[in-house]
Design a protein around this ligand. Structure first.
Ligand code: NAP
Length: 292
């Protein structure tokens, strides 16, 4: 059975990777040159890497996160890399008024917006669910409601530019993930909201694309620190991940699966859910998890 799993999943992954990855043709950096882009959670990790790719593509950037000192450095680097312009606004998405403040900053600076990349996440425990409902409320505000609020505030500008919304989610937003119940709930909520909104845009002839990014384990500092002692998989590179997200948004793709084997996992979820569940559990070294 173990051997079967080891062969079956990579084969299925390779077939799906070929299907999904060869599907969207025609990305070129010119598609983004001069575009006005907001990136949230841009002070570190995948958001920071997206900012650098977008800077090389000569976009106008508005970056946001909580830590001003880190944002300052990222903005400086973006300008060195060739961004048409780069600025930041710091604040916490835990504050329900902050999403609108960020969007207003873009409106005052540029008078419009082409791409909204929603990427930030608040801190949540990686452990058995301990019954802390307050923590779920907080993380819902940061990981889900602020995404909805930013989209709502930015929608009139995005309609005018026929722009794009990019929502960074996770495998944990498509299938249950042990030790991440609250995080997973916020990511499932994103899928429900944005996939419904996409239908409405099509029915209402609103030409704003929504790209949902379903990511596996990526080697950002925070993810590696939180889970590497428990998860057996090797993480994928954040630089490549960030580039694939930017490309998927520019191509107005419906969903991005990165790394490509994520597509195989999603297929298994529907055709063999019990099998997928046991495969997921076998990827965890539970003995290394300290209960809090
Ligand atoms: P990260 O390195 O921890 O970056 C998170 C970003 O969000 C930082 O810029 C952080 O900056 C900001 N942030 C945190 N709390 C915030 C708050 N309350 N208000 C505003 N900004 C806040 O995370 P990452 O690994 O790059 O993940 C980026 C995205 O990829 C997330 O949506 C995550 O769910 C998704 N993803 C990641 C992985 C992975 O393995 N890395 C896997 C699947 C999906 P400050 O601390 O300065 O605020």
């Amino acid at each position: 059975m173990g051997l079967l799993l080891k062969i079956f999943i990579p084969l299925l992954g390779a077939a799906l990777a070929f299907y999904f990855y060869s599907a969207p043709p025609g990305f070129s950096e010119e598609m983004l040159r001069g575009k006005r882009v907001i990136v949230t959670g841009a002070s570190s990790g995948i958001g920071e890497q997206m900012a650098y790719h977008l800077a090389r593509m000569e976009t106008h950037l508005l970056l946001t996160a909580r830590t001003e000192a880190k944002l300052q450095k990222v903005v400086e680097r973006c300008l060195e890399l060739g961004a048409a312009s780069a600025r930041y606004i710091s604040g916490s998405m835990e504050d329900p008024s902050f999403p609108e403040v960020v969007v207003r900053e873009a409106e005052n600076t540029w008078g419009g917006l082409d791409m909204l990349i929603l990427n930030h996440i608040g801190q949540s425990d990686f452990n058995y669910f301990d019954g802390n409902v307050g923590q779920i409320r907080r993380i819902m505000e940061t990981n889900f409601l602020s995404y909805v609020a930013m989209t709502t505030s930015a929608l009139s500008m995005l309609k005018e530019s026929e722009g794009s919304i990019v929502v960074v989610s996770s495998m944990a937003g498509k299938t249950g993930s042990p030790f991440a119940a609250s995080y997973s709930a916020t990511k499932f909520a994103l899928d429900g909201f944005f996939s419904s909104l996409r239908h409405e845009f099509v029915m209402d002839k609103v030409n704003v694309s929504i790209t949902l990014c379903i990511l596996g384990y990526i080697n950002t500092e925070s993810a590696v620190q939180a889970v590497s002692h428990v998860i057996r998989d090797k993480p994928a590179p954040k630089e490549e991940c960030a580039l694939e997200i930017v490309k998927a948004g520019a191509l107005r793709q419906r969903e991005l699966h990165y790394p490509p084997w994520v597509g195989a996992v999603l297929l298994l979820r529907d055709i063999a859910p019990e099998f997928l569940d046991s495969t997921i559990r076998s990827n965890y070294r539970v003995e290394n998890l300290k209960r809090t």
